[in-house]
Write a protein that binds this ligand. Structure first.
Ligand SMILES: [Zn+2]
Ligand SMILES: [Zn+2]
Length: 486
């Protein structure tokens, strides 16, 4: 075979990059293209009906602009949607590796850069029976789902893992990822949220300590790392092209609904034509639930939590026109104040309370009223733009805060050991079915305090509230039938 530059191979394999992304002279890239190692694709495709950005899939005319292009000397069209990753215009080419695949399991080799070491390590790693250092045990529900994930990776099929909040869905992936890595696959976990990338990275590094794990989000240092296991935001996925043998999309429902198409496009581009795709979620959208029911999407449910206690079922409490009361009389519904009073004065055991409200601009009023109603009690509020967000969550976790007021930013990803949860204005449209299931999922997560209450204070029941409660009841029923709860 003709010689090629290994660094260029490692940097462009499974990627779609701009020439400006690469620290190599264009003559060298051209030479590799002539020898069949590099492929160019046009950055934009144009038909009579539409222009589409090949990198991000955008085809909305309002997201394209024009500029006088110095490179081609013409007026060029460019994509504004993915502009922050470098400009894609009519004369831009996306560069991908089309030569031999670089070996994946070679951690030390990458550091030493010596070919011989690399080969020995690859062979050694391939001959070991496991790369997985995690030694925990799976619940019955997790075990079953884990076997399905393994099969999906092996057979390169699609699967939705529908696991209730607190089921422990990450551990369900370990065995499948292990098998995939041993067989030389390249695996990616993608998620819409940077928070989740940051939370998953150390867990996966601990579980697979001998391999490279690339952690990709806006501004992360691992941008050019070639790794057998990649954890990336769905946005970072746009740099990849036919890279992965197995892709896992975590928290698929956390993505803004309107951006669903963009997510699907990014995942489709990043996976190999022959590959596995596993979705993980606690709360699939109504559309996805329907696909599952009709058998159009293969799925496996984990209807019970790891600690084998059933999920708390939401209680609906009508509280009148709370919004008007808040604005006109600077007051909160009596029923809510009573609910809070009961938690604040509870001592055996002590309870903390988490109160969700629908809008940020309600914070000042709600906080002032509660501080007046419960003097001397530690009450805090936290929302998306709060610079002290992290510390407030820590203080709540440590039990220093009695009552935390929040918006949907805390609907997922946080665990407080012993809380009761209330939603004020549960009828607001921000509280979708999946948001409400996630919020209810904050209660009773720890094995030490597996119980707790979830109350929806409302001014008129919504479809979302009813469906959320039904979803929880259905999961509990299935858990009982399958013997997954005590
Ligand atoms: Zn141009
Ligand atoms: Zn684009």
């Amino acid at each position: 075979m003709l010689p090629f530059n290994v660094d260029l191979q490692r940097m462009t394999f499974g990627k779609q990059l701009l020439i400006d992304d690469l620290p190599f002279p264009s003559t060298e890239i051209q030479q590799h293209a002539e020898n069949g190692f590099i492929t160019f694709r046009n950055g934009l495709t144009k038909t009579r009906v539409q222009t589409q950005c090949v990198r991000c899939g955008n085809h909305d005319p309002s997201w394209f602009g024009v500029f006088p292009c110095a490179r081609c000397g013409q007026t060029c069209i460019y994509c504004r949607k993915c502009l922050m990753m470098g400009r894609i215009s009519s004369c831009t080419q996306l560069i991908s590796w089309s030569g031999p695949e670089p070996p994946m399991l070679e951690r030390e080799a990458q550091i030493n850069h010596e070919h011989e070491t690399s080969l020995t390590l690859v062979n050694e790693a391939r001959s070991t029976s496991s790369l997985l250092a995690w030694t925990g045990t799976l619940s019955e529900g997790q075990k079953y789902a884990s076997s399905k994930v393994e099969a999906a990776f092996l057979q390169q099929t699609e699967l939705l893992v529908w696991a209730v909040c607190g089921a422990g869905k990450t551990e369900v992936l370990f065995s499948g990822i292990n098998q995939a890595l041993i067989s030389g696959q390249r695996v990616c976990i993608a998620t819409p949220r940077t928070d989740v990338v940051l939370e998953l990275t150390p867990r996966l590094k601990q579980a697979f300590p001998t391999i490279n794990v690339a952690s990709l989000y806006g501004g992360s240092p691992d941008r050019h790392m070639l790794a057998p296991l990649t954890i990336a935001t769905t946005h970072q996925l746009l740099r990849f092209y036919q890279a992965f043998d197995s892709v896992i999309v975590d928290e698929v429902d956390a993505f803004p609904f309107t951006a669903d198409d963009a997510l699907q496009y990014a995942v489709k581009q990043a996976r190999k034509p022959q590959s596995a795709l596993v979705y993980l979620t606690a709360t699939p959208s109504p559309k996805w639930q329907k696909l599952c029911r009709n058998g159009k999407l293969k799925h496996v449910k984990i209807p019970a939590r790891y600690h084998r206690h059933p999920l708390p079922i939401p209680e609906f409490i009508w509280c009148g026109n709370w919004n008007k009361m808040l604005n006109k009389s600077q007051a909160l519904p009596k029923k809510l104040l009573l609910w809070l009073q009961q938690r604040i004065s509870a001592t055996h055991p002590r309870k903390q309370a988490l109160l969700f409200i629908p809008k940020i601009d309600l914070f000042p009023n709600v906080l002032r009223i509660l501080n007046e109603a419960f003097p001397g009690i530690n009450i805090e509020g936290v929302h998306a733009e709060d610079p002290d967000r992290k510390n407030k969550v820590i203080r709540m976790r440590n039990g220093e805060t009695s009552l935390l007021i929040t918006t949907t930013i805390l609907e997922r990803g946080v665990t407080f050991p012993n809380i009761d949860v209330a939603v004020l204005g549960a009828e607001d449209r921000i509280f979708t079915e999946s948001a409400l299931v996630q919020i209810a999922g904050r209660v009773g997560r720890s094995a030490d305090c597996p119980s707790g209450t979830i109350s929806f204070f409302h001014y008129g029941k919504t479809e979302a509230m009813v469906r959320a409660r039904q979803q929880i009841i259905d999961m509990n029923r299935e858990a009982k039938q399958r013997g997954l709860v005590d």
